[in-house]
Design a protein around this ligand. Sequence first.
Ligand code: C5P
Length: 132
Amino acid sequence: MKLVLVAACALLDVDGRVLIAQRPEGKQLAGLWEFPGGKVEPGERPEETLIRELHEELGITVAEPCLAPLTFASHAYESFHLLMPLYVCRRWEGTPMSREGQALKWVMPNRLRDYPMPPADEPLIPHLTALM
Ligand code: C5P
């Protein structure tokens, strides 16, 4: 089966809230909430992917040492296997803004269950509540 590598990042603010983004209409899994990130392009390391994607999607600048690996999601979708490292980041430059029309929300990790997520993302939630 095809293997897809996606890097995701939990941005945590000073109150311990995490930023989630809603997948826009027209995309697979539209309407579901996810941690910002995206596909790891050939030749990229996941950290490089996140620096690129967080800038493109949210307009923020992240320094690589501020990206701390937390865990991995591994999920078999019908047509591909998704492997998704999740990083945590508490420091960045700029204010996250929606640059691609996606809705954004800051939520406490113990409220993430109120926001439907793709099946690959759901097992990540306990790793974030453990940080509270
Ligand atoms: O974001 P993008 O559409 O490039 O991601 C590729 C695929 O990986 C999605 O179609 C979705 O099935 C899966 N995905 C996911 N959880 C995410 C991001 C992507 O399950 N947070």
